[in-house]
Design a protein around this ligand. Structure first.
Ligand code: NAD
Length: 307
């Protein structure tokens, strides 16, 4: 029996549940929200599509004890970015919620893998690790998985090729200081610099689009949820099926280019116990400087919420 609990039934949590249901990833999906009526409504809406999906049990409620027995707990609960608000501005408000919620969740389930989505995701993953006392492989954030998917999409558009043939990571903070690891990027098996039509300007445009994407979507429709819903489904499936997929995830670093005691995105192998392995990607001197810049920004914020 594969069971997934989603804490937070807002735009992101309910879309992730929908993506998981359509893909037949779990036998049971539990939707938990402070607002029980919202959780109930989302569960009903999902159940009524069951004729067109594989069957799954959908449970709901406001009690955190519903996470008992879940293999994966996805946390999307909290406050979302307002138009124009940076993810980092959210931190204090969401830290208060996590300080109360995480120890309760762990008291009901200390065996699950905890996947953090709430922003600013790098800080919330770090706080979850600290408030839970769980091992670092079991607690991580979606990090720059979404940003990397966006970057691959824009590169694909630019070079007229499917994003699945583009391999390029966005690393560092899931936020304004994130950076593209161009020195290791490939398209159709060729180093990106050798690909027909390559220019630094073209790649930079794709990176700019990637960085602006969340702000652009939020200013137009108020929230982002379809792409992140699919990212969540991909990560959860990778865990439940022990797939050893490689994604940039916000994990606890201890000695990554000398950076430690923070969570930030680097390429990771994902399996049923969570993080199986982190790769120290060869980075150019410029990329290393950007990695250190992201780390500094995040560590300064951590000092403010977890001194
Ligand atoms: P939303 O406001 O629609 O949903 C949040 C839900 O959390 C609400 O239903 C609320 O009732 C619930 N909630 C709040 N406190 C709770 C608690 N203590 N226990 C249980 N439920 C609680 O917001 P959203 O658009 O779904 O976004 C959710 C989070 O995901 C935000 O922080 C947003 O910034 C983040 N997000 C992250 C990424 C990413 O790539 N990591 C992408 C998109 C959104």
């Amino acid at each position: 029996m594969k069971k997934v609990a989603i804490v937070g039934a807002g735009f992101v949590g309910s879309t992730a549940a929908y993506a998981m249901l359509i893909q037949g990833i779990a036998h049971e999906i539990v939707i938990i929200d402070l607002n029980k009526e919202k959780a109930h409504g989302e569960a009903m809406d999902l159940e009524q599509g069951m004729q067109f999906t594989q069957s799954a049990k959908i449970s709901y409620g406001s009690d955190l004890n519903l996470c008992q027995g879940a293999d994966v707990i996805v946390i999307t609960a909290g406050l979302a970015q307002k138009p124009g608000e940076t993810r980092l501005n959210l931190v204090k408000r969401n830290a208060v919620i996590f300080k109360e919620m995480i120890p309760k969740l762990v008291s009901y389930n200390k065996d699950a893998v905890y996947l953090i989505i709430t922003n600013p995701v790098d800080i919330m993953a770090y706080l979850t690790l600290k408030y839970s006392g769980l091992p670092a492989n079991k607690v991580f954030g979606s990090g720059t998985s979404l940003d990397s998917a966006r970057f691959r999409y824009y590169l694909g558009q630019k070079f007229d090729i499917n994003p699945t043939a583009v391999h390029a990571f966005i690393l560092g903070e899931h936020g304004d200081s994130e950076f593209p690891a161009i020195s290791s990027a490939t398209i159709a098996g060729m180093h990106i610099n050798d690909f027909e039509g390559y220019s630094p300007e073209a790649v930079n445009e794709c990176y700019d689009e990637t960085k602006k994407a969340a702000y652009e979507i939020i200013s137009r429709k108020g929230a982002t949820y379809y792409a992140i819903g699919l990212v969540i489904a991909k990560i959860v499936k990778g865990i439940l099926n022990d797939e050893h997929i490689v994604l940039p995830l916000s994990v606890h670093l201890d000695n990554y280019y000398d950076e430690g005691n923070l969570c930030m995105s680097v390429p990771c192998v994902l399996g049923k116990e969570g993080i199986v392995k982190k790769y120290q990607l060869p980075l150019s001197a410029d990329e290393q400087a950007k990695l250190h810049n992201s780390a500094k920004i995040l560590k300064d914020i951590i000092k403010g919420v977890y001194p």
